[in-house]
Ligand binder design. Structure first.
Ligand code: SF4
Ligand code: SF4
Length: 160
């Protein structure tokens, strides 16, 4: 189960490894902190450093990349089948842009991946506990929550 907890930047190391997954190097936007060497990668497109066998600068990859761990990498209880490249959706726990509290982001790697029954069931389970921001493969966002105030805020134009 994915719980709506804060992503732990620099927290305890996960026992898991990314394996062949490269999802975050494509779907996420990364930007260095002001006190770090300049680095920016736009969301929704493959990083320029991403090669056929993974990150071509892996030993020297930027700190912002080192800090990020998706929900699957953090949560040992999640099944191997939910690794993003396997299930087609990358879950990430983050501060909510919707207001106080947290949201769970679900980034679709391929159109329709979030609608596959197994993944859709996970998304529904998470949405019962916290707002889920589903980012479709084309960039469209859907907010899944039972809280009408959250829906209204999103309709009002808030974005990440
Ligand atoms: S999406 Fe998760 S498992 Fe995949 S490369 Fe990124 S951190 Fe690793
Ligand atoms: S620098 Fe490497 S780890 Fe960071 S987004 Fe690019 S390919 Fe991924």
């Amino acid at each position: 189960m994915i719980k709506p907890t804060r992503a732990r930047a620099g927290g305890p190391r996960s026992l898991r490894t990314c394996g062949e997954c490269r999802a975050c190097c494509v779907v996420l936007g990364f930007e260095a902190r002001p006190d770090e060497a300049s680095f920016a990668k736009p969301a929704g497109e493959a990083c320029r450093h991403l090669g056929p066998t993974g990150c071509s600068i892996y030993p020297e990859r930027p700190p912002v990349c080192r800090r990020f761990r998706c929900a699957w990498l953090q949560e040992q209880s999640l099944p191997a089948s939910l690794r993003p490249d396997r299930c087609g959706v990358m879950f990430a726990m983050n501060d909510s842009v919707l207001g106080p509290g947290f949201a769970v982001y679900a980034y679709e790697l391929h159109a329709g991946a979030a609608d596959r029954p197994r993944v859709a069931r996970v998304i529904r389970q998470v949405a019962a506990e916290a707002p889920v921001i589903l980012v479709r493969a084309g960039g469209r966002r859907e907010v899944l929550t039972a809280d009408p105030a959250v829906v209204a805020r999103v309709a009002g134009g808030e974005s990440t």
